[in-house]
Design a binder for this molecule. Sequence first.
Ligand SMILES: [Zn+2]
Ligand SMILES: [Zn+2]
Length: 139
Amino acid sequence: MARRMLEMRGVCEKCAAHLNDAGEALICSFECTFCVDCGQDMDHRCPNCGGELVVRPRRRAQSVVGQQGVAHFGVVLRNRKEFDALVARVNASGVAWITRPELHTDPALSAKVGGKLSDPSGNVIELKYYEDVTDLERG
Ligand SMILES: [Zn+2]
Ligand SMILES: [Zn+2]
């Protein structure tokens, strides 16, 4: 049996207030959707079908990934020279960076230098390389 997803309507049918998937909203069994304030005003009765309005389960924002940035392809260059050469070519081509290359100083990221750009199909590509620690030690 196909599973049907609850339709997460984005606005209150009464006052047109914006409703967040992860926020509070009230629905009836037909998925008429209202904001909490309107639901209280209407005594938790749906004006369309007369049904009971209940708290809509919240849908987790898709953005556990979102918080870390979008899913993307990665290109890892072997060294700074290759990386700089590629960055120069991207700059020369006029492609806009989503995130300009920068040195991440967070030690957990092992001094990664990376930049993100988008290809013509909208795929996000990350260019990066990792500082060679032994080079740093040699100065
Ligand atoms: Zn409302
Ligand atoms: Zn209803």
